[in-house]
Structure formats: C-alpha cells, structure tokens
Design a protein around this ligand. Structure first.
Ligand code: TTP
Ligand code: MG
Length: 350
C-alpha cells in the first residue's frame, strides 16, 4: 500500500479550524528573499478548483482567488509534523514492513498480514482509512498493488480520500492509458523526448523496443522505463533504521603504516560487523574507516555506495580502497583502526 495524506498542510489547518473547510485554503511559504517570491506550499481542493496548486507564486494564487473568501496561512511545519508522526505511528502497527518516504507519504507492506490476498488487503486498507479519520481526523488516499511503483501510481488516480486497488492481473491494462509522466523518474523533459519518439502513454512505452530505449536514455534508465511501463518493480518496502551505524575498532599491537597488517586487522572487524548486520536483517549504503593516529588525532574516511547491500565483499573492498587512499595522503603511523557501516536499512526481502 502507498498511503498519501490528502492536501496535507492545508488539511492540518482545517483540522484545527473546521470553519476553513468550505473556503479556499492556501498554505504559503517563503521561497526566496522577498515577499514577491512566496509560493504555494499546498492548497485544499476548494482552492485547487480555481487552479491553485503547489508551487504557484502566491501573488498569482491571490489573483485567482480574489473575492472568494480565501484564507492564506503561513507554514507551521512543527504542527504538521506532530500530526504526521501520530498517523505514521498508527500506520506502522498495521503492516509487516513500514517505510516512510516523506512527511505525508508511506509504503506499507501488508503481504504477510493479508496472506497475499487482495480482497483482504482492500478490507484492511478501508479499515485503516476509517480509523485514522475517526481517531485523528485526517483523510488520505491509498494505492494497493503488487509493488511500490504501481501502488504509487494507483494512489494518485482517485485523490482525495479514496482507495484504488490494482490486482496483479490488471497491472498492465491499468497503466496503459496514463501519460508517461505518471512514471516516477519521468519528468517534463523526458516526457517531451518520449513524445517525439511517439511514446505518449505508458502503454506505448511498454510496447517500445527496450534496446531503442537504452540507446536514447542510457542503460539504467532505458531498462527502468521498460520495466516500469510493464508494471515491474522488484524494490522492497524497507524500513530506514534509527540505529545510525555499526562499528568496531581495534588497537594495533604497534603503530603501523603497513597496508597488509592493517587489512589483516580490519578483516576481523569486518567479519564481526557483517555478522551483526545479517542478524538484524540490515543492508548498508555507506562504509567508513576511522583511524586514531600515532599523535592521537582522529581521521575518518568513508564512501557511499551506489546501492544498499548486505555483501561482505563490498565492505572488504571499500575498506581496502579507503585505507589505500588514506595511506597515500598521510605520513603518520596508525595506532588504532576502526570500520563503520552506516545508512542502514532493515529488510526482510533479501
Ligand atoms: P503532496 O503529497 O505532494 O501534496 P498534498 O498532500 O498537499 O496534496 P495531495 O492531496 O495531492 O497529496 O505534498 C505533501 C506536502 O508537502 C504538502 O501538503 C505541502 C508540502 N509541499 C510543499 O511544501 N511544496 C510542494 O511543492 C509540494 C508538492 C508539497
Ligand atoms: Mg499528499
């Protein structure tokens, strides 16, 4: 399930002042140095009927809503965050794996909970929507689908306050008629380029030769567009973990700059870290080394990988790379060495 809270900042304002519900409500933010550069952060659906959407310069919003008893409010993020936290806490209790992706958006993996049954999933989704509305007073839209990509697109179809279910057998027909811009990662420019190639709908894209897509958009994006258009997305719902990192350190028997001696010690540290990682179902994205030098100063070096992983060899390889480059930069001997992995994510779908 993808849950996206409806017109979130503005709905929060309506929650504390229900009189606003029937009026156009615009929450604005300072986007620059002068008053004139203020833009609409979000607007309720009453205001949207007059063409007022996120990003519109505030003075234009005012023009569009002149004489309509519209209400303009500043952003009170602290208050919105409080409401968001309350909802997210509640949503988390209803799923197997929870991944929050923004202040008003979260993926819920409910596969185990509903034993893969979409009808049961639909009942659960409706139950959650009703409960949140009753308990907290906020409405949201849900996309329920076999994977994150389709759930995201489905959540946008019947906004606000609705549930869209796409069962596995209906994925490609569901996607086919939407414009390509609905695919996450297809922006205005990419859509224009696709249109020139006679690709306007997701269906057109799904039928297009993947090799030609690769030629036009590069290997990664070409393959991604082809998969996405066919409703394929293997990305798991994963929880970003609060534990920032796992690290181990070791004091060298004697101060050294010998790469092989250092690698022999880091190998032990890495094995221990990796065991911890597997036991907790974590994957990591960043690998670092920590050195306490002979003069007791501390140095750090780290590298972010292109994808999250649980692979031992990636830690070993990165540590070696970091140590080599560190030794080429510093002349001092190392007294204590440490290895750290961070940007951890918990996953049950390895
Ligand atoms: P969205 O979920 O994109 O928008 P929304 O919740 O207001 O409306 P919808 O019913 O279509 O989901 O963004 C969530 C919040 O993030 C939104 O309430 C305000 C903020 N935001 C901005 O501040 N600026 C922006 O340009 C956008 C898109 C959102
Ligand atoms: Mg929203």
């Amino acid at each position: 399930m993808l849950v996206d809270l409806d017109y979130f900042f503005a709905q929060c304002e309506e929650l504390r002042n229900p009189n606003l519900k029937t009026k156009p409500v615009v929450v604005g933010v300072y986007s620059g140095r002068t008053e004139d550069s203020r833009a609409v952060s979000t607007a309720n659906y009453v205001a949207r009927r007059f063409g007022v959407n996120s990003g519109l310069p505030l003075h234009l919003a005012m023009k569009k809503l002149r004489n309509l008893d519209a209400v303009f409010l500043p952003v009170d993020f602290k208050y919105y965050k409080q409401i968001s936290d309350e909802i997210m806490f509640f949503l988390r209790s209803y799923c197997d794996i929870f991944e929050q992706v923004g202040v008003d958006e979260a993926y819920l993996d409910i596969s185990l909970k509903v034993k893969g049954n979409f009808k049961t999933g639909q009942v659960l989704a409706e139950k959650i929507r009703t409960e949140v509305k009753k308990k907290i007073g906020i409405s949201f839209s849900v996309g329920l689908a076999p994977n994150k990509l389709v759930a995201k697109i489905a959540s946008e179809v019947n906004k606000p306050d609705d549930l869209t279910v796409v069962e596995p057998g209906n994925v490609t027909s569901f996607l086919a008629t939407f414009p390509v811009i609905r695919i996450p990662g297809v922006g205005k420019k990419t859509a224009e380029k696709m249109n020139i190639m006679s690709i306007t709908t997701i269906g057109d894209l799904a039928r297009y030769d993947v090799q030609r897509l690769v030629e036009s958009f590069g290997r990664n994006m070409g393959v991604y567009f082809c998969n996405a258009a066919n409703g394929k997305d293997a990305g798991p719902v994963h929880e970003v973990v609060k534990t920032e990192s796992i690290s181990r350190t070791f004091t060298m028997r004697e101060n050294t700059r010998d790469l092989n001696v250092l690698l022999a010690e880091t190998d032990h540290l890495i094995l221990s870290i990796h065991k911890d990682l597997l036991n907790n179902n974590f994957i990591f994205k960043r690998v670092g080394i920590i050195m306490i030098m002979a003069d007791l100063s501390t140095r750090n070096k780290s590298k972010t990988l292109s994808i999250s992983s649980d692979k031992l060899f990636l830690i070993t390889k990165t540590v070696k790379f970091l140590l080599e480059s560190f030794l080429s930069e510093s002349k001092l001997k190392i007294r204590r060495i440490g290895v750290k992995i961070s940007q951890l994510i918990i996953t049950y779908h390895k």
